[in-house]
Design a protein around this ligand. Structure first.
Ligand code: SF4
Length: 330
């Protein structure tokens, strides 16, 4: 059988959006090996379409040169027949070349295309379709994650430790995002409003702890920084709904089938990252002339107003949550 490798060194969310491609490649070649950024292996190492994951720190010491040499050495030993490169990354293309993989397939809009042996045109409106178009045929399934029983039991334990009854309906809030302008600033006020009606659980990284207010036992639990990424996904999986920014938790929720209210500010859904579930809703300020101001968000608002997020009120988002949970939204 052909030995296939995938190099996907983009953010966590992009790795989740790549899972339909991994499934299709596994049907074609058998479970594939994947090179990802150092934070991403836990998303893939349990996945049935994945055989092995190599962490690659392309932003590490010496602009990633040292890690390129280390990983390329490992890859050369495995003698892959083909590598698929869904991410527009010159360093990923260089890694594939250094690894001496004979057949290198990437997209024609990548700066590293001169290092490919075959360039394909990126097609589709959603990023899942665009990534999948690297295969050159077929339609993508929905995204997927392989959670283990240990992930689910750790999630239940963490909820019970905070006196959140897992049999109750609870809402997840995920206030984080890689780029500062993509973080909606009113999660604390939202949690305050939602607590009248629901139990609320916050998830995220260490940096997100405290962004949603003071925890209160049996009422609001702040688990940000306490759980692994798969355990966080298991918390989201049990939730009635998740309120998220245009960031990784949006795609975690999509992969475990939990409806979302997704807050978009400096980016817009038509850029390719819209939630796709039947009950999902987008909270955004329509018609604001400066939106979108970037493809992935920025660290600061160039107008210094952050109006795209600041004019979206907690009451509006809370109403959307209630209407999705009650099944009133279309
Ligand atoms: S320029 Fe506009 S869209 Fe961009 S961050 Fe500022 S307010 Fe938001």
């Amino acid at each position: 059988m052909t030995q296939a490798l995938v190099v996907q060194t983009a953010h966590l969310g992009d790795v989740i959006l790549t899972t339909p491609l991994l499934e299709a490649l596994a049907r074609k070649h058998g479970p594939v090996d994947v090179v990802t950024a150092p934070a991403s292996p836990p998303l893939l190492e349990t996945h049935p379409s994945v055989n092995r994951v190599y962490p690659f720190d392309k932003r590490g010491v010496g602009f990633g040169v040292f890690d390129s040499i280390r990983v390329a050495r490992q890859l050369r030993k495995r003698q892959y027949d083909v590598v698929y490169l869904p991410h527009r990354s010159l360093r990923s293309a260089m890694l594939a070349r250094l690894a001496k993989i004979r057949h290198r397939i990437g997209f024609s809009d990548s700066p590293g295309r001169f290092l490919y042996t075959e360039s394909r045109t990126r097609k589709g409106a959603h990023e899942i379709e665009r990534i999948f178009s690297l295969l050159g045929e077929g339609e993508p399934n929905r995204t997927s994650l392989a959670l283990e029983e240990t992930d689910r039991s750790a999630a239940v334990r963490a909820l019970r430790d905070q006196s959140i009854d897992v049999a109750d309906d609870y809402i997840v809030v995920a206030p984080g995002a890689a780029w500062k302008t993509k973080r909606w600033p009113f999660y604390k006020e939202l949690v305050h409003q939602l607590r009248h009606e629901f139990r609320v659980v916050a998830v995220g990284s260490d940096a997100d702890r405290g962004l949603c207010g003071e925890p209160s036992r049996g009422d609001f639990a702040d688990l940000a920084g306490n759980l692994s990424i798969r355990e966080s996904a298991a918390v989201i999986e049990r939730a009635k709904l998740a309120v998220v920014n245009d960031s990784a938790p949006l795609h975690l929720a999509g992969a475990v089938g939990t409806p979302v209210v997704a807050v978009f500010g400096p980016t817009v859904p038509s850029q390719g990252f819209r939630p796709r579930g039947p009950r999902d809703q987008v909270a955004e300020i329509d018609g604001l002339w400066c939106r979108p101001c970037s493809r992935h968000g920025r660290s600061f608002c160039p107008l210094l107003t952050h109006q795209c997020m600041r004019t979206l009120s907690p009451a509006t988002v809370a109403e959307m949550v209630v209407s999705v949970v009650r099944g009133e939204s279309r």
